[in-house]
Design a protein around this ligand. Structure first.
Ligand SMILES: [Mn+2]
Length: 431
């Protein structure tokens, strides 16, 4: 008989998803924690594995511990084991909770930053869980460098639980060298810290970020949910993502070329949104809120009108899918429209503002530049540097996947803005 492990991390119980229009219980991450517990019980899963940042010790701590403890109790009643490690957000509180609980089914591995192994066995089948927990908020050494457990049996399945930052050498959140995973007798590494689900290595060993099971903001797009490991043998482990997040964020691009009045813009937006949601319907069973960022592309003659129409889409669009009772609405609309100019090259010869813009657009599209663009980029760099060095942002200087936009992004941004302003200029001329 195969053993089953449901694995997840970064639940951040105590937090809520942003941009939820309604006062709904589904917005809170404790809702998803309860769903995970129910899923494990209903499907008779053998082990729940948690990879850290389960609760947020700085954020509504007292709101978080109640649901966590009652979940643990429910799991104990059903004789389900929990193996977990602490992350940078719960390094202090998780060991305290487990200690005071004295639940024989709950195992916190590697407290104080020391690797630890604990054996799970059921009907003669065994899994060795190894893990390392954050001992403090910031850790700048690779935890895998200190991994040495002498009593691992290489003939049994071993699963490693770890919270940290794979491939970010200067991270303050446990930088992990991807090559270090290979040099240990571990068949599957399940990680925490990164909220986007990501397969780092498919096999030998499996290295996997399940991601946050509950999408917290528009930065966490697409499908979210825990992963289910089915361990048929030491060399045969299958993985499946279980979409449990009640909130889903997505981005959709819509071409609005030739849609010159408000009604036709609304119609195309409305039908494309619904079409996209329909195409995901099998994945929407547990999704209560599907929240879109729209990007409108194509050619348009009047940005001012378009901006106004778009603001009404954000306010008004709200639709429920009958099949899944999913509410669909729009969080944000970005305009990425090109000016409706018949001959750009001809316009670029003019010395008028429209001509300068046209010349710059052509140059940027060809990977070149103009004096106008150079001056703007120079100015942008000065402002960016003064902002990033400002004392206000010193506290934010972490490596938690925080990167300042580089040149390519600034060129793209400039191109977009040139198109936008040119569209507006041309629109005014035509009025
Ligand atoms: Mn973390």
């Amino acid at each position: 008989m195969a053993l089953t492990v449901l694995a997840t991390g970064d639940i951040h119980i105590g937090k809520k998803s942003s941009n939820i229009k309604y006062d709904a219980e589904e917005a809170a991450t404790k809702f998803t924690w309860n769903k995970i517990v129910d899923y494990v019980i209903k499907n008779k899963i053998d082990v729940l594995a948690l990879t850290g940042d389960i609760i947020d010790q700085d954020n509504r701590y007292f709101e978080a511990i109640g649901p966590l403890q009652s979940g643990f109790e429910k799991l104990k009643t059903h004789n389900i084991s929990v193996y977990m490690v602490a992350g940078n957000h719960d390094f202090k509180v998780l060991p305290q909770l487990v200690d005071s609980e004295k639940h024989s089914n709950i195992h916190l591995l590697g407290a104080n930053g020391t690797w630890e192994m604990d054996m799970f066995s059921k009907n003669g089948e065994k899994i060795q869980f190894i893990g390392w927990s954050f001992p403090k908020k910031y850790v700048s050494e690779d935890p895998l460098l200190s991994l040495q457990i002498s009593d691992i049996d290489p003939n049994l399945t071993t699963i490693g639980l770890l919270h940290g930052d794979v491939g970010v050498a200067n991270s303050n959140y446990a930088p992990i060298d991807i090559n270090s995973f290979m040099s240990h007798p571990v068949q599957a590494w399940i990680l925490g810290h990164i909220h986007k689900p990501e397969i780092i290595n498919k096999s030998e060993p499996i290295v996997y970020y399940p991601g946050s099971p509950h999408a917290l903001s528009a930065k966490e797009q697409g499908l979210h949910g825990p992963i289910l490991l089915t361990i048929n043998s030491q060399t045969d482990i299958s993985i499946e993502q279980i979409p449990l997040s009640p909130v889903r964020y997505d981005t959709l691009s819509i071409d609005i070329t030739d849609k010159t009045d408000e009604a036709s813009v609304r119609n195309i937006v409305s039908s494309k949104l619904f079409e996209d949601a329909k195409s995901k319907i099998v994945k929407l069973e547990n999704v209560s809120f599907l929240i879109y960022d729209l990007i409108l592309t194509g050619q348009h003659a009047n940005v001012n009108d378009l901006e106004f129409w778009v603001s009404r889409i954000i306010d008004d669009y709200d639709r429920e899918m009958d099949e899944t009772e999913t509410r669909i609405y729009v969080r944000k609309v970005e305009l990425d429209v090109r000016a409706n100019v018949e001959n750009m090259a001809e316009l670029a010869k003019e010395s008028s503002p429209a001509g300068v813009l046209a010349k710059t657009i052509i140059a940027l599209q060809q990977g070149k530049t103009t004096e106008f663009a150079d001056n703007l980029l120079q100015e942008w760099k000065l402002i960016r540097n003064s902002i990033s060095q400002s004392a206000t942002y010193h506290a934010l200087q972490t490596t938690e996947r925080f990167e300042i936009e580089e040149n390519q992004d600034s060129t793209q941004y400039l191109l977009k803005e040139c198109n936008r302003i040119l569209t507006e200029l041309i629109g005014q001329q035509n009025q």
